[in-house]
Design a protein around this ligand. Structure first.
Ligand code: NAP
Length: 256
């Protein structure tokens, strides 16, 4: 599994399983089949109400804990209660540490420096290996950095052919922030003729084309699927490469 190195020497797989909406036994089965298929990164959140199922699936899978990158997220309305929320996440997951903890949304639409300081304290205490944000704009990212000297390792934001924003990508990279794209498929018309033509040319699905396009742009991607076969193909992205004109055709699907 290819990985990207986060600022503090933590390695994050470039493809992970999104788990929003995968609840109860369906969630458990989805994480089990994903781990069987070779996924080594699982994205959950306190808000998804499936941390217990994710943790149980991880334990039952027999895959070594150290081989799997586990992300969860602080609900913004719990800002001020970071330690209690983190401890509840660790308990639910049955883990001693997270690989990545994100502020799910800017609390009260603010950068929330105090929350970021609590995240840094959790990292210093060894409860999380890396910390980052989600749904932050660059001004908010800069505010956290200016206040603490520590850049969020990751910003998890929507990214798809309908949401392609090269300026944000470049500016994030300049700051050392890894962009993790969410809703890669649900934000995309997989029947778009531009995508289906490229898919046909490579003998793959339109979903694989979209996910491969993310990787070409250096964006970590976390497609969600509860279906074992779609999970398998969503991870099978190394057998083909997109040509520059194909990348440009997909870039052009973003409304101007
Ligand atoms: N930080 C945030 O605020 C935030 C917000 C949204 C999402 N996320 C994260 O990002 C993850 C992914 O985003 P998402 O769940 O919104 O949507 P997504 O991964 O873009 O798309 C999921 C949808 O696409 C279908 N699908 C999956 N693989 C497919 C394939 N190969 N061909 C056709 N359809 C396919 C899935 O159905 P099946 O399950 O039936 O395959 C599901 O309906 C989430 O699960 C979550 O972990 C984070």
């Amino acid at each position: 599994m290819r990985t990207v190195e986060l600022a503090n020497d933590v390695h994050m797989p470039v493809v992970g399983l999104g788990t929003a909406g995968l609840l109860g036994e369906r969630g458990y089965a989805a994480v089990r089949s994903a781990l069987d298929a070779g996924y080594r990164s699982i994205d959950t959140a306190t808000a998804y109400r499936n941390e217990a199922e994710v943790g149980r699936a991880l334990r039952d899978s027999g895959v070594d804990r150290s081989a799997v990158f586990v992300t969860t997220k602080l609900p913004p309305e719990r800002a001020g209660h970071e330690t209690a929320v983190l401890d509840a996440s660790l308990r639910a997951l049955g883990l001693e540490h997270l690989d990545l903890w994100l502020i799910h949304w800017p609390p009260r639409r603010r950068a929330a420096v105090a929350t970021w300081e609590a995240f840094l304290a959790a990292r210093a205490a060894g409860k999380v290996r890396a910390v980052g944000v989600s749904n932050y704009d660059l001004t908010q990212v800069d505010e956290l950095t200016a206040a603490t000297g520590v850049v969020p390792a990751v910003n998890q934001i929507p990214w798809s052919p309908r949401h392609h924003d090269p300026a944000t990508l470049t500016a994030s990279r300049e700051r050392g922030v890894v962009v993790e794209g969410y809703s890669p498929l649900s934000g995309t018309n997989l029947a778009d003729p531009a995508l289906t033509a490229i898919a046909r040319a490579h003998g793959v699905s339109a979903a694989q084309v979209v996910l491969r396009w993310h990787l070409h742009h250096g964006i970590v991607v976390i497609p969600k699927s509860g279906d074992a076969e779609r999970q398998r193909t969503n991870l099978d992205l190394d057998g083909f490469a997109l040509a520059p004109d194909e990348l440009a055709a997909i870039d052009a699907l973003t409304p101007k």
